[in-house]
Design a protein around this ligand. Structure first.
Ligand code: 5GP
Ligand code: ZN
Length: 130
């Protein structure tokens, strides 16, 4: 087999060891909020707020810094889903309630897990953080 026909192995070592890829693959358990072909949402293991879940693309993208025009549909779907999931998870309706959507990007952006994720946080204040 020449290089052109070699199978594309998309799991480089960074991806193979990625915590959120493992959660997306079901190799590490999570408390699921939502799942479809491209998107998974699950409760944060260490919540800052009464409602705190994470939305991830199932495909590995390191962070928002790598997002480009090819991801418009995926990111658009995630953003359009966030309000519905926030309400389903117990956030009160806007404007008295509401929620925060946060994505930490890179070291100076406070990112700890390098698989793109959106924190969705809400519920009555005070919160632990944020
Ligand atoms: P970051 O700081 O990268 O924006 O956020 C990573 C988030 O992932 C943190 O809020 C942290 O609590 C959460 N987290 C880390 N490990 C796990 C895990 O194994 N399971 C779940 N559900 N959340 C995790
Ligand atoms: Zn990943």
């Amino acid at each position: 087999m020449n290089d052109k026909n070699a199978p594309v192995i998309s799991t480089g070592s960074a991806v193979a060891s990625c915590l959120f890829c493992k959660i997306a693959a079901g190799q590490i358990p999570s408390r699921k909020v939502y799942e479809d072909e491209h998107i998974l949402a699950f409760h944060d293991i260490n919540p800052w707020a009464p409602v705190h879940f994470l939305m991830i693309p199932k495909m590995h993208i390191n962070s928002m810094a790598q997002v480009g025009p090819e991801h418009e549909a995926l990111i658009g779907r995630m953003m359009a889903l966030a309000p519905r999931l926030a309400l389903e998870q117990g956030c009160r309706p806007y404007p008295e309630g509401g929620f925060r959507v946060v994505t930490n990007t890179g070291a100076e952006g406070g990112q700890e897990v390098h698989h793109l994720h959106f924190h969705v946080m809400g519920g009555p204040r005070p919160w632990l953080r944020g």
